[in-house]
Design a binder for this molecule. Sequence first.
Ligand code: ZN
Length: 62
Amino acid sequence: MKNNKESCPLCNADLQGDSILKENQGSYKATHFTRKIGISDIERDRIVKWKCPDCKGEWAIQ
Ligand SMILES: [Zn+2]
């Protein structure tokens, strides 16, 4: 079973948000919302970086 607990690689803040109700999970397969902020590249029209709401640090998506 995959541990999907997330934390900021820069300040180690817990980025796991509230639980998603089972009936609202739909096709996302996620059990929790996440507190990290997606930074999208407008030209590529996809999220390329995450931003931490606590330390405001950014890191690239692997
Ligand atoms: Zn952080």
